[in-house]
Design a protein around this ligand. Structure first.
Ligand code: GCW
Length: 713
């Protein structure tokens, strides 16, 4: 044997011996698709039914479905699985065997699946069947998730289908690879090297999305550049579309409304001008030539300085319908954002979206979806549901959530957003009687919408762990699951994620999920308790800035929102104040207006109250606020302790990373508490409640802190 061979042999032998002892280093790159081996004790049972995979028809989606199944089973159960079971996947059209089974597949719809165990000649055959190839792929991911979360798979009979038709990520990614409000590195879209170079990450991105049912991606920032609609960029988008297609994911683009001027050589972008309409029609035709299944356009118009139809005295409906007419013949849609507010408008900013859109209910084309943020201001740690939900029965309304944590501590604070989204989706608009939940608006049941949409502003970037932190992956995951089923439980989703991303061991999942479920409320407590909102540092939104005042526009300041003075605090949105409550259905408005019925979590969103106002705890408002700030900090301390205890179940790399982030969060939670208290105390002159520590620094010291390099702008 040559010495080099001998050495290699030695290393191999040593490696084999040590392998079981050394947990594989992990960096989170595999997301929830880690497919690590099932414990020896349980693996046998799984191997008995998850055996060989029958051949599939040679279509792109079925090919990736089979490959994913093989990859997942090989990881979970090993390459050799000769327990006798067989897995059969396909559609009645692609598989004669499945066709003869005559499985009821109506409930699987166009993207769902049915999984059923049959016994054929004494051996188990697991059938993963669907009406479409991509439905089969979704079924494969569900099947793998059952094993990943250690559910039984030997007697399956389940059927599932998405309740929402368009389940989209919105990337606020710029063409120079910076990401607006991105905290996970640069954009994963390497626009410069596309279309020639197709980063393998694009495939993993598609796999991750398909595994949770996301079926579309808006590639570029809503603050859009017209360049995205030029031929070279269409070709780049087409390369991504080609990569995503087998996974059932379509590409969409944000369209800048003034493109006819910037790249079309026209003098106007007036939506009623025939030349402008012709521009958009031919632009759509050009895109569909390169991307036959192009999804459509997302538009931010007449908002925060973006161009729009109002520049020409036209309406949102005029603008949206023009684009809808251009993509309609190709099957495309237009998502028109309702996030609008204007500095010329002195009215409460919370009212402006409703005021601008409600009058046009029924005037939008059938293939337009008005995309509404969950709350009326802007992705705050807590907002009451947006008053447009329930108020536009004749207009398709879609939900826009923000997965990236612009206002919840960027990627260094652990905040699981599932409960926040669930809270909004479960909120009852009372628009058509009790049970008119936001979820039922969004899934179309309440008003019979022809098209339904859930969009999430992505938290994905070039960081190895994709989302900037390990736990922020859970927000991507939860968004997909809730888009599929807006009535799902965020806690059940957290359990699945924790089991797949870390460990299915109950001793891990229980405490980890408890920590996740309380994490968003902790952020609310230490940043903006009891209905306070928009108190973050100016423009970068990093850290506390309750003192922010002056500057370009009032509704970009904190004092506009908290309205604190010597006498009290809070934004009066009742009939005595801005009367924003009147935008809700009357019973909901009454509930918010009445101090005896409004939930204390929304108290200062709707009411301006004296510092001595008696809260439900019996404490005066000021004491209650201080108590909640402190409680938030304490909760983070508890999260640190929980995480420390979980080290036996987590690889050292990820455990260390999460611990380091929690230390940042603990420090910043304390900073939030201290700076907020210092500021409000300077306004009300009140003493701190007994036992509450005074802020260690002066208010001036907090105010003087500058963060010129905060990420995400
Ligand atoms: O919250 C604000 C953000 C902007 C964003 C805007 C929007 C894309 O601070 O960065 O712009 O919302 O949703 O359009």
């Amino acid at each position: 044997m040559r010495p080099s061979h001998m050495l290699r042999g030695l290393f191999l032998a040593a490696g084999l011996l040590l392998a079981p002892l050394i947990a594989r280093a992990e960096d989170g790159h595999d997301l929830w698709l880690r497919y690590r081996p099932v414990e020896a004790g349980a693996a046998g049972v799984y191997r008995a039914s998850a055996g060989t995979i029958a051949p599939v028809a040679d279509t792109p989606a079925l090919t990736v479905a089979r490959a994913e199944l093989e990859r997942g089973l090989a990881g979970l159960l090993g390459e050799r699985r000769d327990g006798g079971g067989e897995i059969l996947l396909g559609t009645p059209r692609s598989s004669p065997r499945i066709a003869t089974l005559n499985l009821p597949l109506e409930a699987a719809g166009a993207e769902g699946y049915r999984i059923r165990t049959l016994i054929e000649g004494g051996r188990s055959v697991t059938v993963i069947a669907a009406n479409t190839d991509v439905g089969v792929l979704h079924g494969v991911y569900r099947y793998l998730a059952l094993i990943q979360t250690r559910q039984p798979i030997d007697r399956l009979d389940l059927v599932d289908a998405p309740k929402v038709r368009y389940r989209l990520l919105n990337h606020w990614d710029n063409l120079d690879r910076s990401v607006e409000r991105g905290y996970a590195g640069q954009s994963i879209w390497d626009w410069w090297r596309l279309p020639d170079v197709r980063d393998p990450r694009y495939v993993d991105y598609a796999r991750a999305n398909a595994s949770i049912g996301i079926n579309g991606a808006v590639l570029n920032n809503v603050n859009a550049k017209s360049d995205s609609l030029t031929a070279p960029y269409i070709a780049k988008a087409a390369a991504l579309a080609d990569t995503f297609r087998p996974y059932g994911i379509k590409v969409y683009l944000s369209a800048r409304f003034s493109s006819p001027i910037e790249i079309g050589g026209l003098k106007t972008a007036d939506p009623l001008d025939p030349a402008v309409r012709a521009f958009w029609k031919s632009k759509a035709d050009e895109i569909y030539k390169a991307i036959p299944d192009f999804g459509g356009f997302l538009v931010k118009a007449n908002s925060e300085g973006q161009p729009g139809p109002q520049d020409y005295g036209r309406t949102h409906a005029d603008g949206a319908n023009m684009l809808a007419q251009a993509v309609g013949p190709h099957g495309g849609i237009v998502m028109w954002r309702a996030f609008v507010y204007s500095h010329e408008q002195p009215d409460d900013r919370a009212k402006q979206g409703y005021s601008e859109f409600k009058p046009f209910d029924g005037q939008f084309a059938e293939n337009v979806i008005v995309q509404v943020k969950n709350g009326a201001i802007d992705f705050q740690p807590r907002e009451p549901f947006h008053p447009l939900f329930g108020a536009m029965p004749k207009t398709n309304l879609g939900m826009e959530f923000q997965i990236t944590k612009e206002y919840l501590g960027f990627s260094t604070h652990l905040a699981y957003l599932g409960p926040m989204w669930e809270e909004v989706l479960k909120a009852d608009t009372l628009a058509a009687g009790k049970g008119s939940t936001v979820a039922k608006v969004v899934d179309g049941k309440l008003h019979g919408y022809s098209r339904t949409l859930m969009a999430g502003v992505a938290n994905i970037g070039t960081d190895r762990n994709w989302s900037g932190s390990q736990f922020d992956q859970a927000n991507w995951y939860a968004f997909g699951r809730l888009a599929w089923d807006p009535e799902a439980s965020s806690e059940a989703i957290a359990r699945d994620w924790a089991a797949m991303a870390f460990s299915p061991d109950k001793r891990f999942v229980g405490p980890a999920v408890a920590m996740m479920m309380g994490s968003r409320e902790a952020v609310v407590d230490y940043m903006t308790p009891m209905g306070l909102h928009h108190l973050m540092g100016r423009s970068h939104h990093y850290g506390p800035g309750p003192w922010v005042a002056g500057g370009e526009r009032a509704d970009w300041t904190s004092v506009y929102y908290h309205r604190a003075d010597k006498a009290g605090i809070g934004f009066d949105r009742t009939a005595k104040g801005s009367n924003a409550v009147a935008q809700y259905a009357p019973p909901a408005a009454a509930g918010f207006s009445d101090l005896s019925t409004v939930d204390e979590k929304d108290l200062l969103w709707f009411h301006h109250l004296p510092w001595g106002y008696r809260t439900r705890s019996g404490r005066p408002l000021w004491d209650e606020l201080v108590g909640r700030y402190s409680r938030g900090v304490k909760t983070v301390g508890g999260m640190q302790a929980t995480w420390a205890d979980l080290s036996p179940y987590v690889d050292a790399e990820r455990h260390g990373e999460v611990a380091a982030y929690l230390a940042i969060q603990r420090r910043e939670a304390q900073w939030w508490r201290d700076a907020s208290i210092a500021y409000f105390q300077s306004i009300n002159g009140l003493p701190l409640p007994k036992g509450e520590a005074p802020p260690p620094l002066s208010l001036e010291a907090y105010e003087a802190m500058q963060f010129p390099f905060a990420p995400g702008i």
